[in-house]
Design a protein around this ligand. Structure first.
Ligand SMILES: [Zn+2]
Length: 719
């Protein structure tokens, strides 16, 4: 009795204390009030590091209460009181997380990273508690079972189905014993994925190519030599040069270094990461991952892990993925053999008496390319001033969709040098706000991406416009100089802005149907790249930053032709990795392909003596992969598939590319790359519906037929 009173007293005290604290915090923590900013963008200037944690904790608490309210609702489950309520729950948590996630990518520091590690288990427990909540699932299932009699519209029906499927795929339908097994398998998988990534990082950092003699630098561009000297200095080896296995170091080394023996050393170190039989070896990790994923798939009732994954994708099943890979493989391999012949000819021309090896490819390809096209990257940059390219991106969007852009000053910015634009539709209504953050800095993640600081949604029947952010890491100009982009960088801006358009045009009522499958998501971005180098578009934006002269036709043609050269190698190394990813995850005791059966025993288990490298070798050599081209990622450093994220999904890039090439063909066929009718259809059927429709249905609504691979093969110069 005494104990009870004490506990009750404590509870009262805690509540009192809690509400006081919350009251004090509410006064200053911007997450606890409606944003009072233009366009309702996050008040970046007011958000401080110390605001995140209390807001996330409050968001978790609020979310739990919302879930409890759904479960304890005395009324029968309905679409509104269960499915919609579930879709809306966690609003505060999402509001904080979207800002924290964005800022942690572009303005990170040790404290933010520590906070994200601290919050990670709380957040995954929160989602487990939702997914495996039997009372909640019972209500969802009740609505799902009678979904056809509820008079729901298409979007609502899709939301019910997606919600139910999420629970099902999270294990809600399993027996309690199997749920316990699933939790165990899930935690084993995440642990292995983490180990894989950590080993890979250690192995990448473990190797250094230290050069002591100046003559060994022969062939390397000046800037690369300077960086290598800096790296050496930072490692306490002043006066020497260090090359590493990071891509910006190893790849240009392989491309330019005249010393064949050194190329061989760094190449072999690169392709053997995680395969050195030391404490960072990843072979056993890969084996365990493949085995555990297969066990999970079987527990969930699927014959292999790829089937479990692909059910949710546009591709639907392994057979469809393999069909595409096989269709592109043959012509790509033929093209790679032509490139190999050019490479061997270059070796002969130099008086070499050997056949090309893996460490020769990039080096002699570079020479062959120069001999053929005589194109210097530095000729192009003056025509691609950043502001001009950005305006070119806007020009294309305006020509296609009639939308307009206005730069906004005095806005709260996610980073102090970010730019902000208002985007309005052709009728003048507000579509959304777009931020750009162009240059690298130490606190920013590498690469380029498009995200949101507020996704499109509806509130009280009114559309809430999205706040979109486009982040790149373009070459930083010298002080006082304009930023002049490479052709690749210009292409990247068109790409990311394509994702931006997808976000801006989206018009859905529920967040549960906002997303599209991974193998569809690159369609809006990749199609936007097609306009970037069209001569009629270049004439508008590609003007010399000093003279204003339009990029010469001859240069445009050189750019076009040289861009296709090398697609044999690029396509083959990409497809090899895609096959490898699929083959690992299509393994099962019932494998249709007899050639992989020997790797799995009768009971559908991956045996303990499963040899990862032998599997890789067999899987690639039986398809005729050239010995000079390793898979873009080998098994022991294939983080896309082994680290998670792109498991049975590395094929997605080329799947989306089939779509974007075929979709662009719809414009080209009319003789007008800005055809208004086609643009209108693309917007309506592809860019607007989010995930309301099945991806193939969306595509056929737009195109009137399924996509074919011909435009892709032509675009890559493989046909
Ligand atoms: Zn993309």
């Amino acid at each position: 009795m005494k104990k009870l009173i004490m506990a009750a007293g404590l509870a009262v005290m805690l509540t009192a204390c809690g509400s006081q604290e919350k009251k004090a915090a509410e006064g200053e923590n911007p997450f606890f009030t409606e944003y009072n900013t233009p366009y309702g963008v996050p008040p970046f200037d007011q958000i401080k590091l110390e605001h995140y944690k209390p807001a996330i904790l409050a968001g978790l608490e609020e979310g739990r209460k919302e879930i409890d309210a759904i479960v304890n609702n005395p009324e029968d489950p309905t679409f509104e009181n269960t499915i919609v309520a579930l879709d809306k729950q966690g609003a505060l948590l999402r509001k904080v997380q979207i800002v924290f996630g964005g800022q942690n990518s572009v303005n990170t520091n040790d404290e933010m990273q520590a906070l994200s590690r601290e919050m990670s288990p709380l957040l995954s427990k929160y989602s487990d508690d939702i997914n495996l909540n039997p009372a909640l699932f019972a209500r969802v299932k009740a609505v799902y079972d009678k979904r056809d009699s509820l008079g729901l519209d298409k979007e609502q029906l899709k939301l019910v189905e997606e919600t139910y499927k999420d629970f099902e795929r999270g294990g809600a339908n399993l027996s309690p014993e199997d749920q316990a097994k699933l939790r165990e398998l899930n935690s084993k998988i995440s642990m292995l994925q983490l180990t894989f990534g950590q080993n890979m990082l250690k192995e990448t950092n473990a190797f250094k190519l230290v050069i002591e003699k100046k003559e060994d630098l022969s062939g390397l561009p000046e800037n690369l030599v300077a960086t290598a000297a800096e790296t050496a200095k930072a490692m306490g080896m002043e006066g020497k040069w260090v090359f590493t296995l990071q891509n910006p170091s190893v790849m240009p080394f392989l491309q330019y270094a005249d010393n064949r023996e050194l190329r061989k050393q760094i190449f072999e170190a690169y392709i053997n990461r995680g395969n050195n039989n030391n404490e960072n070896d990843n072979k056993a990790v890969v084996r365990d991952l493949v085995a555990t994923r297969l066990a999970k798939a079987n527990l969930m009732g699927y014959k292999d892990y790829a089937s479990f994954v692909l059910e949710e994708r546009m591709a639907k099943n392994s057979a469809n993925v393999y069909k595409l890979l096989d269709e592109v493989w043959k012509p790509a391999l033929a093209k790679a053999k032509e490139e190999l012949a050019d490479i061997n000819a270059e070796i002969k021309k130099e008086g070499g008496n050997f056949e090309a090896e893996g460490w020769d490819w990039r080096y002699y390809f570079e020479k062959a390319k120069k001999a053929k096209f005589n194109l210097d990257e530095n000729e192009v940059r003056p025509y691609l001033k950043l502001e001009n390219v950005r305006d070119g991106v806007f020009y294309v969007a305006n020509k296609l969709y009639g939308i307009n852009f206005k730069q906004l000053n005095d806005m709260p910015l996610p980073y102090k040098e970010a730019q902000c634009f208002e985007v309005t539709d052709k009728d003048g209504s507000l579509l959304g706000v777009v931020y750009f953050d162009f240059f690298p800095r130490a606190s920013k993640r590498g690469g380029a991406w498009c995200g949101t600081y507020r996704p499109q949604s509806y509130k009280d029947g009114k559309r809430v416009p999205p706040v979109v952010t486009i982040v790149t890491n373009f070459t930083q100009p010298a002080p006082g100089q304009p930023a002049l982009l490479s052709a690749d960088e210009a292409n990247t801006l068109f790409h990311e802005f394509g994702h931006g358009l997808h976000n801006l045009f989206k018009d859905v009522h529920y967040s549960g149907v906002s997303g599209v499958p991974r193998d569809f998501v690159e369609l809006p971005s990749q199609i936007n790249e097609h306009w970037a180098f069209e001569p009629e578009v270049l004439k508008v934006y590609a003007k010399h930053y000093q003279t204003g002269e339009v990029m010469p036709t001859e240069l445009i043609e050189k750019l076009d032709k040289s861009g296709k050269y090398g697609q044999g190698f690029a396509t083959v190394e990409y497809l090899a990795a895609s096959y490898l990813d699929m083959d690992f995850h299509a393994l099962s005791g019932q494998a249709a392909d007899q050639k992989v059966l020997k790797f799995v025993d009768q009971t559908n288990q991956v045996p303990a003596n499963f040899d990862v490298m032998d599997f890789e070798k067999q899987t690639l050599s039986r398809r005729g992969l050239l010995k000079q081209i390793p898979s873009r990622y080998r098994s022991t450093y294939f983080n896309h598939t082994m680290g998670g994220g792109y498991t049975a999904g590395y094929y997605s890039y080329i799947w989306s590319e089939v779509l974007d090439c075929d979709a662009y063909e719809a414009f080209v066929e009319t003789g007008d790359i800005f055809n208004q009718e086609v643009a209108q259809k693309f917007r309506q059927y592809v860019l607007t519906p989010g995930g309301i429709d099945d991806a193939m249905v969306m595509y056929k609504n737009f195109r009137g037929k399924e996509p074919g691979t011909d435009p892709l093969l032509k675009n890559r110069g493989l046909k």
